[in-house]
Design a binder for this molecule. Structure first.
Ligand code: PMV
Length: 309
């Protein structure tokens, strides 16, 4: 093949409601943010990452996708505005953008369902028990809802090992959110495994998952009605339930409490154990100030972001 260069980008995301419960087939909603990962694929002598020879096993997302498409002589360059391990979907954005860049490189259709599937397969391979929430949000952008019949327009259906997720798009609300990153990088797989073990050993944990389901369904209605007061209250309740499941930590709780003073609601977002919180507010500067004062890294995020470009 003649020397060639192609690229693509995809947004990070945050989970507004429903994390962890979604792994059990319950509804969840994620919103794409205006921070992106960009991947460039260019012809090289062997597979490389940012110019360095790719060491198999060190970059499983890249290995998986290059292998899937039979590529053995490309340099993959990654530029990311999404901090890794922050719970903002950096790895999903990497998988979606790399799939799109590879497809362009091979003159294949940049078809969103194919990209969403590639990205989900990649995450599932690496993480084990993943849901297609992050990867669908990175691929399609804006708002994405899983497993919530009746809301939004259907995008695609994912299936893995007998599990099925219906994925729909919803309009991202015109609301202001502030993210507060604890600075602690947390790995999703062990937290998902912890919740799974808890639900297997306790019907109380399964009841918590059901309560998260009810809160998420109500939250989706609040989003559609632009009801910030109610949505904020549901976020606070969701944080409490996630804490009971054992996925919060003192740093997350500290940032949630600090943000709440100037917010409608705040909660951990993503897998927990570190990572980030999200706050819904009309006073983003004040929330950023409080998050900084309590040791977090704040950023105001715009929603309504495009998916893979
Ligand atoms: O850590 P994140 O932001 O990728 O979120 C994980 C969300 C979980 O529900 C805990 C797992 C999943 O795959 O949906």
């Amino acid at each position: 093949m003649n020397a060639k260069t192609t690229s693509a980008s995809a947004p990070g995301k945050f989970i507004l409601l429903g994390e962890h419960a979604v792994v059990f087939g319950k509804p969840a909603v994620a919103l794409a943010i205006d921070k992106r990962v960009q991947c460039t694929v260019k012809t090289s002598d062997t597979n490389r990452i940012n110019g360095e020879v790719l060491i198999p096993g060190n970059n499983p997302h890249i290995d998986f996708l290059l292998d899937k498409y039979g590529l053995d002589s490309v340099d993959v360059c990654i530029e990311s505005e999404v901090p890794s391990g922050s719970g903002l979907g950096s790895s999903a954005a990497l998988s979606s953008s790399l799939s799109a860049a590879i497809r362009r490189y091979l003159d294949l259709d940049v078809e969103k369902i194919a990209i969403a599937k590639d990205a989900f397969d990649t995450e599932y391979f690496i993480q084990g028990n993943a849901s297609p929430l992050d990867t669908s949000c990175s691929t399609f952008g804006n708002g994405v809802v899983l497993n919530n019949d009746g809301s939004g327009s259907p995008l695609w259906t994912a299936e893995k090992n007998g599990k099925r997720w219906k994925i729909s798009s919803i309009k991202a609300p015109k609301m202001t959110f502030v993210i507060g990153f604890t600075g602690i990088k947390a790995s999703t797989g062990p937290l998902v495994a912890k919740v799974k073990k808890y639900t297997e050993n306790s019907s109380f944990a399964s009841e918590i998952i059901d309560e998260i389901e009810a809160i998420t369904s109500e939250g989706i209605r609040c989003m559609e009605n632009n009801d910030k007061e109610k949505l904020g209250k549901l976020m606070i309740q969701d944080h409490k339930l996630l804490s009971i499941l054992g996925v919060s930590c003192s740093e997350l709780n500290k940032l949630v409490d600090a943000a709440l003073i100037d917010s409608y609601g705040a909660k951990l977002t993503g897998a927990g154990g570190g990572g980030s919180i999200v706050a819904l507010t009309d006073r983003p500067e004040k929330v950023c100030e409080k998050i900084t004062r309590h040791g977090g890294m704040p950023f105001v995020v715009g929603t309504s972001s495009d998916g893979v470009l």
